[in-house]
Structures are given as C-alpha cells and as structure tokens.
Design a protein. Structure first.
Length: 1013
RNA sequence: GCUCGGAUGGUGGAACUGGUAGACACGCAGGACUUAAAAUCCUGUGCCCUCAACAGGCGUGCGGGUUCGAUUCCCGCUCCGAGUACCA
C-alpha cells in the first residue's frame, strides 16, 4: 500500500495513549533525564505553526534519549491563569474557567495530533485548586521566612524571633526594609503582638509595601506597564494616573548575588544570561555621606526632622577614587530632602524645575537625554575628604529609584557630570595625570596617578580605591558598598483570574490562614470588574471572609506565580500531601533540558530561579539551579500579504485666488483622490509607480521612468477630467508623487507567487465585497512583509490544515528542516512537498513496485552498511548539539543512497527505522510492526561502528597556491613523502605546474594537498 | 547610545577543530510517461566570458590583515534583527 499517513498516525496515537507508552517511572534504575517545554497559556486562538517548533525539538530529544537508555520525564501542562480569559469574561460574562477549559481542549486535540510523547498523566493546570493550593503554600513559606545574611540563606521567621528575644535587633544581619527599628531584647518583650507583627513584616520574604501602580479611573482598574502607552490606556485610550497602594512584594533582592553567581554554573544562551545580569545590575562602589552645611540654611524646626537627625546626603558611587574631583552634588527632584535643602532665594526656581519635570512624561525623560537641565537648591555639603563646600543641585538625570537618589558630580571623569558642569559653569577638576582633554569631554580613565587629591596623590587606581574605602569607614562617613539595580517584585494584581493570596486582615495587619485550610478557593463573583469603590474584583464576593469576620486579601497573584515552581509538580503531579514527594524530587532533581522562547528571559526564568533557591534554603528541594540547560527556540514569524491602493496629491497655485465654488470643488476632488478607496492596484504596477529616479542615467532607468510616466498619466486621467470640469486645470498642480496605502489580505487567498485569488477574496471577505482589483494582466499581485503571527495581521498558519494534507510526521520534519532551532524564521510551506516526498521514498524502501511490503534477510553489503552507519553517527552528533535541521537533510541523503543501492536488507532497514523514529514516530512505528517487531519506544539506538566508514582511498583535492584545481585519488596509507611524490609525478598536475618548481608542498592526510609555486 | 545576535545562489539553508563553498530541499528549465492534466521519474541549474566544449575569471555584506590555504581567526566599517535605556 502507498503511504497512508492519516490512518497510520491515528492508529499509533491511539496505541500510545492506550498503552501509556510514555508514562515516566519515578523509581527506575535507569539514569533520569528531564526534558521540559515552557508550558503554554491556552489562548482562544489555538496553536499556530510557531508554537510546536520547540515542542517538536524537545520531543525528538526525549524520544532519542529514551532510545539511548534514559528514563525520560517529558510532561506538559497549562499556565491557565491569565488576562485574556478574564478580558473575555468581562466582555461576555462567561466564567474564565469555562473558556479556559474549552481552550485547553483545543490545545490538547492539536497537541495530540502532532504525536508528542508527553506523559499526560502528569498534566498540570495552574488554575486548578489542586495545583494552586501549593502555589499558595509556597507563598505562606515565603511569608514565614526571612533572609539571614550571616548564613546567606532564607530561614524560618522563628529564628529571627529568637534573635529578637535574646539579643534584640543589634545582632540581626538581614535583608529587610529600610525603616526597621533598633531595639533591645527587653524592648521586644514589651512590644504588643501588633507591634511585633509590624516589625516582622519588614523582614518577611513576602511583605506589604506601598508601591505606585498605573490606575485607570475610566476602566476602574490597574494596568500593567505594557498596557499603558504615553500615559493613556492602550485599550480605549483613557488617561492613566500613578496611584499609591499597599501591595504584596517579593524580597527577590535578597537573592541578587546568588542569582548573579548562579548564572556561571548553568548552560544557558549567553544573551539570556546577559539580560539577567543587566537586570540584576550589580555595581561595586562605595557609599559616602556628605554632611550638609547648615550655616546657609534656615532649618525649620518643625518640618525637617529627617535633616535634623541625619544631617547628611548619602551618595553611591562606583568611582570613590574620584572624590577629590567632586564639584557638585545632584539629587533626584523626588529626593526627600529637596524641600528642606532649598534656601529661601532658590525656592522659586526649584519649584519651577520640579513642576517642569513632573510635566515631562516618562517617555520624554528617557528620550531626551541630550538637553541638560537642573536647578540649584542654594545649600551646600561639605566634602568629607577635603572639607570643601560643594553646591547641591537637583536634576532629572538622577533617578530617585536607583542607589540613594543622589550622586556626586565629578565632571572630569563622567560625561553626564561634565555636560552638567559645562552647562551651569561649575568647576572641572582634573584628578588623574592620565586624564586627557578634559576641556573637551570627560575622561573616565583609571590610568595614571592621582593629582589634586591630597592624601591619595601619586597612588594608582586600585590602591586609592581601597585606601579611601578604609579611610571613609574609619572616619564614619562611608564604606565600600555593592549596589543592585534589581528591585523587589510586586506580587499583587487587582484581577480576578489568578491565585487568591492566602491572607486575611485583622486590625489592619496581614495574617496567614491555616495550612490545613488550603486551598483558599477563588470565590464566585457576579461580574469580573472592580467594585464601585475601586476595590479589586474579589471585593464583589459575598459571604467571603475568614472565620466570618476578617476580610481576605482582595488582590490575586501575578501570572508568574504558578509558573515559578511547576517543574516540581510534574515530578509528582497527583500528590495531595506535598507539592511533590521528597523521593520524587530526589530522583528527578532538576530539569536537564528546558526549551522555550527568549521573551521569558527576565521574567519567568528569573522568578523561577528565585523560588527554587528559596525552596532549597528551606530544604524542600536539592538543587541550587532549576534548569541546567536552556535553549531558546526562534520565533516563527508570518509572511503577511498586502493589497495596495493609491492616491494623488494636488497642490494649489498660491498666486491665484479661488472663488468659493472653486474652493469647494478643489476640496472635494482633493479628498476624493488623496486616497482612492475600494480600488486596489496589483503590486507590480504600484512598484513601478513608486520608484522614481531623480537622475535617471542608465537606459534601464530611463525606460522605467517612461513606463512610470505612462502609468501615472493613465491613472490620473479621470482626475484631470474632473479638474477640467471644475475649471481648475490651470489653477492646480497634480504632484508627481503617489500615496501608497496597503491593507492586510488573509494569506489563505495568496499563492506562493504572491498572486491573490481575487474572486474568492471578494466573495469571502466583507472588507472586499465592493472592491475593484486592477491589474495589467489577469494576475493580481500583493506585497509581502514578515511580521509576527497574529489574527489581526491575517497571517496565521494553523497546523491542522497541514496535518490534514501531509500528516504529522511531515509537519514535524518540516518544522525542523526550516533551519536552526534557535534562529527565527518566516513560515512558508514552499519546501513541505520535499519532506513529504522524502517520507514516501522512505516508505518505498520497505515496499516493492506493487507497493507490497517486502524486505530481504540477506547479508548487508559494505555500501549499505556505510550509508547506515553514516546516518547513525550523524543523527547522534546532531541531536546532542540540537542541530535538528541538519539531520533531516542527512536522512534524505541516506534514503537516496539506499534507494540507489536498491537496499531491501532487513537488518539495515530495521536500524534505519530506529534512527528516524524520534523525528517521524508514526511511520516508523508502522514499519517497525510490519517488520514484525514491537515496542519501538523502548528499543535501543543502534551502535555506531566506525569500521564501516573506513576508506582505503581518498580523492585528495589538489590545489595550487590555495586554489583547488583537481582531485586525485590516493591511498590513505601513503605518508607525506610518498604522497607528494605521486602527486608531482601525475601528468595532469605537471600540466598545471607548467614546468615551474614547487616552492613548498602542504600535505594534510585525508584532507588536502596544496602546491605552492 | 550600549549589549547580544545575524548577513552564503532565485528561496530555506549546509560546510562541526582554518583544508574541495553552495550538501539537502524548494523553485526554475528541459525531457520521459499520458489523448491531456495531475502524480511520478530522468537531466541541468552560483554568476560572468564563450555558439558550445575545453579552459578561464569572479564569487560567502564592505575594506584591510594573519596564513601555504579564511564563510571560519584578527582589525575597521555598512546594513538588518532582538534586548536595554540618563544605573552614578
């Protein structure tokens, strides 16, 4: 029988499901291998051809590892909490759980028909109570933990309480809020329960913090940063304002250093690691306190309590060695001391400046990095190293959120400071003899020795830095300090479709519910909108309170909560007593291979590492890093198609006055022809119209311009007629440019030659019912552009159609054949025929002319064994380095070779089936069973024997001066002297040498002969 | 601006440690089979010169360098993509 892919694929998918072929065993003696895909959010649109790319790669890898004797865990699940389902619920009133369920069903159907070897018995869904119970449980562990800097790990909060009991706050070295209190053990004993809770909250790894959110009053909701564009909501365009709210935060900053160091131990793509490094943003430097000079300042006794107790400005610098070059201090306009530091005379200019910066949107502030702006407060600090007075300025180039929100200005060494100093005429002090041209720009060099720097004069960079750090610390005015850019992560969302936070409030303080009360179920509500008073949707739930009296936390967890630990749940997905059993975690340990998109580089992948480290600190898991190896699959982008329409511009002759009716006619015609709607031009015409040569030189260009002129005249004919009828012809000029407009055309109506099936399009797409399509010959062309696949761009390719036409095995191989896994590429089906033909050819190897199954039990020939072992080696090399596209080509070569050899040998073909089976599992299972075998998935990968590839001779390329001229077959047993002798004796070689004597002969055994003359 | 990728025929791509550039596939052209079409099979296919063959020249974004030999290594640039953004 011919290759009946549909029947074969259904048969084996059913077989795998019924026999639980891919169920992973958590107590095997085989070595484990954990292959994980980033689980999808089940969107309503279903899978498009881009989604399975990574899944196919990981599936090939899993199946290959299984053949290589590993116990493979390869699970799949759904990240099923999320915004789109909630948005849909708001629009339709449909409960998100119902749409989510339906979407998951579609995903599952689509995934199943591609033939993945997932162990579905371990499926997880983050929105299932049985799953989010454990997400809530982890939240509780975080709430009950603090970060001890002495042990450098998280500990149970009870160890902190013990320290408070025995020694007060003095001994505690913790990552905590800035406003923690200092107290003695005796004080702690007198604290009320509430006071104790308030204090402990400042240490907990998840805690309440006042944060600003994007509040949109019109939508009555909080928006994420990417839902806000230029101060307006992306949806609807309503104004968005900054609102302060108490929000749950995660003290991820406690793990900054470990998250940074851990990157050196994992095999991840360098760009992802680099992004995480930047995100963490470690800088090593010093913090320095500059005492405020009070003599200039009339301190208001009532207002400036902070300035009274801490009479200094603290700055962070990475170049403490330049401290003698400080000629000003700059505070962020939002700095808390700005008001107190402003002298009477400067009040107005400071107020103006702050008002001005507030007006500037975030975007302006980022884009506008060239203009220097700032204002002088009128007061001064004293530089601790030389007691000189230094003016205090404010400027918006200093960010309130980084470091201390204050910098020391060293114009000779920092270009931004230099620009600031030049602009406001502040001194530029040279501090290193190595600095050059500091009148032209700053020179940040560290070379040379210090000058103008008192006690560090003549020292070099390293000595000076270390000396100053010690000096500052001894004087009590500063110390060496490491600063991180990474901020604590906000953990609350004012949304419905997420995990409820297992917290209730008593007297305004948060308390955890009891562990045995988990899961805290998501309550039913009438509408998925905020309450009238602006509370999150959970505020609508009725009869929803803790012990019938305490209000629950109303925000839910963010999207990343459920995905920050899911790989552990797969290890033991059905467990009701633990998030996963200790034994399962001990066996599976960590993820050996993780495949997913690079868009999760700093979100999911950073939070997951954080939670993993935390769980390890508490002893629940064993590995410091969760994902040993990471691969980013490239995006498959779509090729959008566009139909073009055009328009013309008319210019008026300014010297002539129009009559009123002429004006009206002019405006009417202008409007009509500016964009000719409903008329589309084939792209080949548009192309000619758009290309005009300013200075046509070549004959070709002149010819093109002539053609363009003809077309232009033709299409402006009716325009001229209308102008003539309105007697406007002499008073206006038709500009020789055309306006080009384009509109997305669904790619289903476009063939590979970019021709649009106009008839079908006009019938099926309402946007084109009335449209007119103009082309020179009966073909209408569109233009193409590569864009992200999305419904709105009409460029989505659904795998269902391809599977129907070619089968899953072809789809799997074709997606791999497209190119390297990590590269992003546009989707087109141009080559899919070739892959399908290959599978048919492969099928035919096992069949005779009449399509009857036929193999022979003969002794394989040398050539057959060579072809086989070449592919055995190639595939194992390729798969181990994730180069899946190259093995597809090699399979084609192997099948071509064996076809040419008329190979019908059972032994050879059997091994070939095993080697191909990770790529095209259905056809291989079928042939495997036709060969009389069972259990292909648990057989072994054939052993490579290099002996079959050994050759006695090699056709050496002979090059002269590095240029390849000819091939010469030589025995591989020849040594250099023998080989060169034979080569030089060859008549053809002599011909190339033209009697010249070779200067030198390069001979590389098995590679090349190069003759230098 | 900074960081990280990338650039090879008409197209997707191959060449793994510096050793025959363009494997494999698509497309295209020609041919066989067929009343015809589809399907299938065969042949050719980087560009240029040449009627053609032989031979030759040019060719991996551009300009240089190292080397017997460079798509591969080094220096300088152009363009495209991604990330990031005044980080003190």
């Amino acid at each position: 029988m011919d290759y009946q892919f549909a029947a074969i694929e259904q048969k084996w998918q059913k077989f795998w499901a019924e026999n639980h072929t891919f169920k992973a065993d958590s107590s095997s003696t085989k070595p484990k291998y954990y292959v994980l895909d980033m689980f999808p959010y089940p969107s309503g649109a279903g899978l498009h051809v881009g989604h399975p790319l990574g899944y196919i790669a990981s599936d090939i890898f899993s199946r290959y590892k299984r053949l290589k004797g590993f116990n493979v865990l390869h699970p799949m699940g759904y990240d099923s909490f999320g915004l789109p389902a909630e948005q849909y619920a708001i629009q339709t009133g449909q409960h998100p759980a119902i749409t989510t369920e339906a979407n998951i069903a579609t995903y599952r159907r689509q995934l199943d028909q591609i033939g993945f070897s997932f162990d579905w018995s371990r499926e997880v869904r983050t929105s299932e109570p049985g799953y989010y119970k454990w997400t809530q449980w982890i939240f509780m562990q975080l709430f009950n933990s603090w970060y001890n800097l002495e042990t450098d790990k998280a500990e149970d909060i009870t160890t902190l309480i013990e320290k408070f009991n025995s020694a007060g706050s003095a001994d505690v070295k913790a990552v905590c809020d800035e406003d923690v209190r200092s107290f003695l053990p005796s004080d702690w004993a007198t604290f009320t329960t509430e006071e104790k809770q308030v204090e402990l909250l400042k240490y907990r790894l998840t805690y309440l913090k006042e944060s600003t959110v994007n509040w949109c009053p019109a939508l009555g909701t909080v928006l994420a940063n990417d839902e806000v564009k230029d101060g307006f909501s992306e949806r609807g365009g309503y104004p968005v304002e900054q609102k302060k709210m108490m929000q749950w935060s995660m003290r991820i900053s406690a793990y900054a250093e470990r998250l940074l160091q851990g990157l050196n131990t994992i095999d991840w793509p360098e760009p992802v690691k680099e992004m995480q490094r930047n995100w963490i943003g470690k800088s090593v430097g010093a913090s320095v306190k500059f005492a405020v000079d009070n003599s200039q300042l009339a301190i208001d006794e009532t207002e400036n309590s902070k300035l009274k107790t801490e009479n200094y400005i603290e700055v962070f610098t990475t170049r403490v060695d330049t401290i003698f070059g400080v000629s000003f201090i700059v505070l962020a306009p939002e700095h808390e001391l700005v008001q107190a530091l402003t002298t009477e005379t400067q009040k107005e200019s400071i107020a103006n400046y702050i008002a001005q910066t507030k007006k500037k949107s975030e975007l302006d502030r980022m884009a506008d990095t060239k203009t220097v702006s700032g204002a002088f407060t009128g007061s001064y600090v004293i530089n601790p190293v030389n007691n000189e007075l230094v003016p205090i300025w404010i400027a918006d180039y200093v960010l309130a959120g980084y470091g201390t929100g204050a910098v020391m200005g060293v114009p000779s060494g920092d270009q931004r400071d230099w620009l600031f100093a030049k602009h406001f005429d502040l001194p530029i002090i040279q501090i290193l003899d190595g600095q050059k041209d500091i009148e032209v720009e700053a020179d940040p060099t560290k070379e040379g020795s210090y000058i103008n720097s008192d006690f560090i004069n003549n020292l070099g960079y390293k000595e000076a830095t270390s000396y100053l750090n010690h000096w500052l610390e001894r004087e009590g005015v500063g110390k060496a300090k490491v600063n991180y850019r990474m901020r604590d992560a906000i953990f609350g969302r004012q949304r419905y479709w997420g995990e409820p936070i297992p917290v209730y409030f008593k007297d305004g303080l948060p308390y955890l519910i009891k562990e045995e009360e988990l899961p805290l179920l998501l309550p039913e509500i009438d509408k998925y909108l905020p309450t009238e008073s602006g509370e999150p949707p959970l505020g609508r739930a009725t009869d929803w309170s803790y012990e019938d009296q305490y209000e629950y936390e109303l925000s839910t967890m963010p999207g990343w909560a459920g995905s920050s630990w899911y790989w552990y749940r797969y290890m033991d997905a059905q467990n009701n007593c633990d998030f996963a059993a200790k034994e399962a975690i001990a066996y599976w340990k960590d993820v050996d291979l993780y495949i997913g998109g690079s868009e999760h580089a700093t979100g999911h992948l950073l939070y997951s590492r954080f939670w993993n480290k935390f769980l390890k600190d508490l002893g629940y898991v064993n590995e410091e890093e969760p994902f040993k190896k990471l691969i980013n699959q490239g995006m498959i982008v779509g090729e959008s198609a566009f139909a073009h329409s055009i328009g013309f511009n008319i210019g008026e002759d300014k010297s002539i006055d129009f009559l009123t009716e002429e004006w009206e006619a002019f405006e009417r015609i202008t409007e009509k022809y500016r964009f000719i709607s409903g008329k589309f031009l084939s792209y080949d015409i548009v192309e000619i119209l758009l290309k005009q040569h300013i200075n046509p030189i070549s004959e070709k260009e002149i010819e093109q311009d002539k053609k363009r002129k003809e077309l232009f005249d033709f299409y402006t004919k009716s325009l001229y007629e209308e102008l003539k009828n309105a007697s406007l012809l002499d008073k206006v000029v038709v500009l020789p440019f055309i306006n080009s407009y384009k509109i997305h055309v669904p790619i289903d109506y476009v063939n590979s030659k970019n021709e649009i099936d106009v008839l079908s399009l006009k019938q099926k797409d309402p946007r084109f019912y009335e449209a007119e399509f103009i082309s020179e010959n009966s073909v209408f062309r569109c233009s193409r552009e590569v864009e992200k696949m999305s419904k709105s761009k009409f460029n989505v390719v659904n795998p269902d159609v391809l599977i129907e036409n070619y089968g899953a095995d072809t789809l799997r191989m074709y997606e791999m054949f497209l190119g390297p896994l990590e590269q992003s590429k546009p989707w087109n089906t141009n080559g899919i025929e070739g892959v399908f033909k290959f599978l048919r050819k492969f099928w035919r190897l096992f069949h005779n002319e009449e399509w009857n199954f036929h193999v022979e039990d003969s002794i394989p020939t040398k050539a057959e064994l060579k072809a086989l072992h070449k592919i055995i080696k190639k595939v194992q090399d390729d798969v181990e380095r994730f180069s899946f596209n190259t093995s597809v080509s090699s399979f084609m070569i192997a099948v071509n070779e064996l076809t040419d050899l008329k190979c019908k040998n059972r032994q050879v073909l059997e091994d070939l089936v095993i080697v191909l089976s990770p790529y095209a599992p259905h056809i291989c299972e079928e042939l495997w069973s036709l060969l009389g075998n069972t259990d292909l998935s648990n057989t072994s990968y054939p052993k490579f024997n290099p002996a079959y590839l050994e050759e006695a001779e090699f056709a050496y390329p002979i090059s002269i001066n590095g240029k390849m001229k000819m091939n010469l077959s030589l025995s591989l047993s020849l040594d250099e002297a023998q080989a060169t002798e034979t080569v030089l004796a060859n008549e053809q070689v002599k011909g190339y040498l033209e009697g010249k004597t070779p200067k030198k002969i390069i001979f590389v055994k098995g590679k090349i002969v190069n003759i230098v003359v």
